[in-house]
Design a protein around this ligand. Sequence first.
Ligand SMILES: Nc1ncnc2c1ncn2[C@@H]1O[C@H](COP(=O)(O)OP(=O)(O)OP(=O)(O)O)[C@@H](O)[C@H]1O
Length: 575
Amino acid sequence: MKTLMPYFRRYHRDVWGAMVSLVALVFATLWQPRLLQVVMEAIIKNDQNTILQQGLFLLGLAVIGIIGGIINTVYSARIALGVATDLRADVYRHVQSFAYADVEHFSASNLVVRMTNDINQVQQIVMAGFQQITRIPLLFIGALILALVTMPQQWWVILAMMVIILMVSGLAVKRMTVYFGQTQQDIESVNTVARENLMGIRVVKSFVQEGAEINKFSQRSDALTGVTAKIGYWFAILMPAFFLTANLAVGVAVYIVGQNISTHPGYLAAITSFISYLMQILFAVINGGFLMTFASRAIISLGRISEVLETKPSMTYVDGSAEPVGGDIEFDHVSFTYPGDDRPTLKDVSFTLKAGQMLGIVGATGSGKTTLAQLIARLYDPDSGVVKVGGVDVRQLPEKSLRRTVAYVLQRSTLFSGTISGNLRQVQPDASTGHMQWAANIAQASEFIERLPQTYDAPVEERSQNFSGGQQQRLAITRGVMANPKVLILDDATSALDARSEKLVQEALDRDLKATTTIVIAEKISSVLHADQILVLDNGRVSGTGTHQDLVRNNEVYQTIYRTQKAREEGPTNE
Ligand SMILES: Nc1ncnc2c1ncn2[C@@H]1O[C@H](COP(=O)(O)OP(=O)(O)OP(=O)(O)O)[C@@H](O)[C@H]1O
């Protein structure tokens, strides 16, 4: 509730509108049976004037009730929609301020569910809240008082009905809250299987995994069906049970009235309105129960949303100029452990790199190459030691300054759906076509871009699936080069390129980005042969640095990688 209060304040006029119209609706609902009783009494006495006058009041009340209901629904919908939209925008904005580690902590798909499904739950309960939460207690208390006023001697019938209904609904709410919670989990589970399957459809098809995938999906889907069916059974039992109780109460009341009608003729009119109030009490209790069940679901969702909003970004940046700094890199005794890991991934890493030089980083899978690069782009901060770019500790650099200095191209960089130019202009919004061509020439992307009918305005589909792996990598390198960065990190970014194209990219980088410090992380030693310096990582430690010739001579780890790759390239020999 604390989370939602500021949002309600923004819509205070609508809140007032919803409340006032609700009071009108409740008043009309409660007063109608009372007037009906007066009309009935007039019918019994054949008092035409009262019948007409009170009949018109009754009609007027019905109209007030209908208009109140419509206005209340409109205002409630406006509040619910407004609150959900603002909440979604705030969560999205807050997530944008997250450090990479924070997004990883929640996981991207989990954040998506919170921004969509959980906010929908909150929207529904806000809507129901303004329609029902105030209405139910008012209706309950009002109907109870009026029922007692109408037929005070039947108080015990009301009490008995309420005790039975409350006992049944108490039991049901407890059960159904559990089932609703389970439904939420099962929906997430079905979504996960469907999403994984569809995103990996090529793998599924190529390994003929359709059958296994269908089984997996069916299992999760059956679990969801099972729990939904349980909710259905409860509803199927609950509703008739409630109405049976209410009708029993009505039956008892009518029987007692029947016994006393000769001595109390006024009971005939009173019994009609008494029955209406009994039904209103029943309606309030049933709806209250359901609302509590739905509310418990929404409270869980609201908790999940608040958790995101209350998470402070684990990384903050200093304020200051957006100007890039120089391209020198220095690691000074840097160690780093991933959040939640008990062992460091990088251990006491030190090296220096002068602006404009090229550094190759090699090492076995999992040796920490990507992690090292991520520290330069400040996706994480080290546990100890200092990472400097342009002679400045990266923690002392304003975010824009760091982003303008360092461009980080990944093996599978995300291209956003839209157009090629839209992706390239993310780096430099006012870039000319000439500038895009310059960058694309370096990345060896211009040949295929210019063959496309719309060239730089060619569409990029979702997950850039209309481009091959190699084309996607070239586009990602083009985007990285666009800002003419001081430091360019290519993290396995040419892995899908053939040897010739990779060589052409390297030559173009040497020629056109002379002042840029280039860090190339590569599986193949051939990709870094000509680097000014090669850093060999072994299980998170620097095993050696030097040129290819130095390392071939005196670094064992490097020698092993080199020999293995050479043997693979030469193929099996027949002795
Ligand atoms: N986000 C993460 N959370 C926890 N551990 C991680 C995370 N990313 C990587 N690791 C672990 O850190 C170690 C180093 O990973 P890293 O990706 O830096 O290696 P790499 O040398 O780049 O490997 P590869 O050549 O396969 O890309 C691995 O053991 C990996 O499991």
